[in-house]
Design a protein around this ligand. Structure first.
Ligand code: LMR
Length: 398
């Protein structure tokens, strides 16, 4: 039956973790997957999560959630993305369901797009998170790309991006990273977001925001929703994928939210019911534990402010490591400019290293990262930053 099945290609991100785990070297460093580590390189469970779990202990039954997931978690998620006092929430214009983190939210949306707007395509930035391509491919939605990053400036290629937005057929779907773009760490400025939003209005494009890193760009989740709020002010209908993997450290809990802003409540009810229909044959209903943790944290002012403090703490540690990595490279006398390490934001630095240079880092120094040159700054610590800088210098100096 299965003789014709060939092994699948390794995942460009999660495959790095597999290779790292298999390496017996005591010097090994993992700056591959975007998963936060403390300054000792250890995974972190936030204090607010620990406290929420203490409150859950003994009180959790194991009943199914509804197909659309936890109502409370969804309510809190919408406030986080659309604003605490959003009129759109009061008007019940947002169709939203709990999703299996950001990936699950994107996939549900892609399936919804295929089912109800079968003639549409999705415009995806170049580069983007590798899994975006898989998600829309498996949902059978044709993909187009738009330019985003400038390899020379290692910043935004705003002019080309705007050209591609203008040249796309009217009414196109666009995937936008709401903040802390993965993999580049390059976001449009507020002013540029306003221009993008304006042009989307002119072209009647539909923006779908993937917001996997809310809180990691500025250290403040509210500020990091700015791009979305600008689009809302301009009266767009939008879609939004939210994830609590990074900003609450709930990676393995798979908790997130998919929302679609509709014209009115009636439309939102219809859209939500269809999202639930899509979820039912895939996984019936989402898992309960992570959703409860999120609801408890966001629903309790004290825990919420602890969470905000802890998100800021994670963002600040990463900023500190950006400075340290850049300083170390400069001290080594690197002939290259490393300014972009501190200009880029969020969890990642898009270093500009070639796949061959990355291969050398792995083979000669046991440093693991994706071959596109992305460094997960969340894996850099006081203990390994010197070693990392030295290795980067060795493979880039000539
Ligand atoms: C990443 O880009 O490293 C994360 O989003 C983890 C993943 O699932 O790829």
């Amino acid at each position: 039956w299965f003789g014709h099945v060939e092994p699948a290609a390794k995942d460009p991100i999660l495959g790095v973790t597999e290779a790292f785990l298999a390496d017996p070297s005591p010097d090994k460093v993992n700056v591959g997957v975007g998963a936060y580590r403390d300054d000792n390189g250890k995974p972190v469970v936030l204090e607010c999560v620990r406290e929420a779990e203490r409150r859950i202990a003994g009180n959790l039954n194991m009943e199914y959630l509804p197909m659309g997931g936890s109502i409370k978690m969804i309510e809190e998620s919408l406030k986080l993305a659309y604003g605490e006092d959003s009129e759109l929430i009061k008007e019940k214009r947002i169709a939203a369901v709990q999703a299996l983190s950001g990936t699950g939210a994107c996939r549900l949306f892609a399936d919804f797009q295929k089912r109800f707007l079968p003639d549409t395509q999705i415009y995806i930035p170049i580069p983007t998170w590798a899994n975006h391509h898989n998600i829309w491919r498996d949902a059978c939605v044709p993909q187009r790309t738009f330019r985003y990053y400038h390899p020379e400036t290692k910043g935004l290629d705003f002019a080309s991006m705007m050209d591609d937005i203008k040249n796309a057929p009217n009414g196109s779907f666009f995937l936008l990273h709401a903040c802390a773009h993965n993999p580049t760490g390059v976001d449009p400025s507020e002013e540029q977001w306003r221009e993008i939003s304006y042009q989307f209005k002119v072209k009647n494009h539909f923006p779908f925001f993937d917001m996997a890193y809310q809180g990691f760009a500025s250290g403040d989740p509210n500020r990091d929703a700015k791009a979305i709020r600008i689009f809302l002010e301009d009266g767009h209908l939008i879609g939004c994928a939210q994830s609590y993997a990074k900003n609450m450290g709930l990676y393995g809990q798979r908790v997130g939210c998919l929302s679609i802003l509709c014209e009115d409540e009636l439309q939102a009810v219809a859209v939500k019911s269809q999202l639930q229909q899509l979820a039912r044959p895939m996984y019936s209903n989402p898992p309960v534990h992570g959703a409860l943790v999120v609801s408890i944290i966001l629903g309790d002012p004290e825990l919420k402010s602890l969470w905000l403090k802890e998100v800021k703490g994670m963002a600040d540690r990463i900023i500190g490591m950006r400075k340290a990595l850049r300083e170390n490279l400069e001290k080594l006398g690197s002939p290259l400019s490393w300014e972009h390490i501190t200009n880029q934001i969020g969890m990642f630095c898009y270093s500009g290293m070639t796949p061959e240079q990355v291969d050398r880092l792995t083979d000669e120094f046991h440093i693991y990262m994706t071959r596109n040159g992305r460094i997960s700054m969340a894996g850099v610590t006081t203990g390994n930053v010197g070693y990392l800088a030295n290795a980067i210098h060795e493979v880039t100096k000539s």
